[in-house]
Structures are given as C-alpha cells and as structure tokens.
Design a protein around this ligand. Structure first.
Ligand code: FES
Length: 130
C-alpha cells in the first residue's frame, strides 16, 4: 500500500478526494439511495440512470468527510456501466481495496458509498416492480 505517510491516506484516496468523479445530481433518477453514517452523522446520496438493467449514469452528493468523498467517487466509477446484479455485489471492502486502503479509523466512511449504491439499486428494482 502506498500511503501519504503522516496522514495514512493512499495516493488514490488523495486523487479521488482532490478530483472526485461523478459529483452531482441526476434529475428524475431511475434509482435513488440516501444513507447516513451513524458513527459520524454524515450523509450520502446516490442517483442512478439505468437502461436494460445497466447503470448508464451515476452521480453522488455527500455531506461527508474526505474519505467519504473519495469512496463515493470510487464506487461510482466501479458501478458505472455495470449490470445492476453485478453492481449490487460491490462491497464496502471492494471500495476500500480499490483505493489501496483507508486508515483504520476511516474504514467506516467507506460504508456510506457502498450502502448508498445498494439503496439506489433497490429503489430502482422496487420502481420496476410497480
Ligand atoms: Fe463521516 Fe467519514 S467521518 S463519513
């Protein structure tokens, strides 16, 4: 793992924090997920557009820390273009691993991103059933 020594953040975390991908809101999303982090009170929202069960667009908005921003950016990159059945398998630890790890005290931050993605996919599936 490559860490920025004194803070314990990997280079990838810093890149995604400084230059996050897929920030924003999708109007009339096909799926929407919102979760709060009970540890710190931060919030995460994820919006998805889906065509033929493929995530064609995804955006996030967060009221969260740098690690939450970096993990959200990464989760949106991982999920974009994936079939919803694949995207729902993206776990909290997948996200942290893809970022070359997070400092232990920040692992809870990666929960927000993965959980919000799962909520957005569930919302999409529920809407589809109606
Ligand atoms: Fe709240 Fe990181 S401290 S999500």
């Amino acid at each position: 793992m490559i860490y920025i020594a004194e803070f314990g953040y990997s280079k990838k975390v810093m890149e995604h924090f400084m230059n996050p991908k897929n920030v924003g809101v999708i109007e009339n999303p096909d799926g929407y997920g919102k979760v709060g982090n009970p540890v710190c009170g931060d919030l995460m929202e994820i919006f998805i557009k889906v065509k033929d069960d493929i995530i064609t667009d995804i955006k996030f908005k967060t009221f969260g820390c740098g690690s939450a921003i970096a993990t959200s950016s990464m989760v949106t990159e991982l999920a974009k273009g994936k079939h919803i059945d694949e995207a729902i398998k993206i776990t909290r630890s997948n996200v942290a691993d893809e970022l070359d790890g997070l400092p232990p005290q920040k692992m809870h931050c990666s929960n927000l991103a993965a959980d919000a993605l799962h909520e957005a996919i569930k919302d999409y599936k529920n809407k589809k059933k109606k």
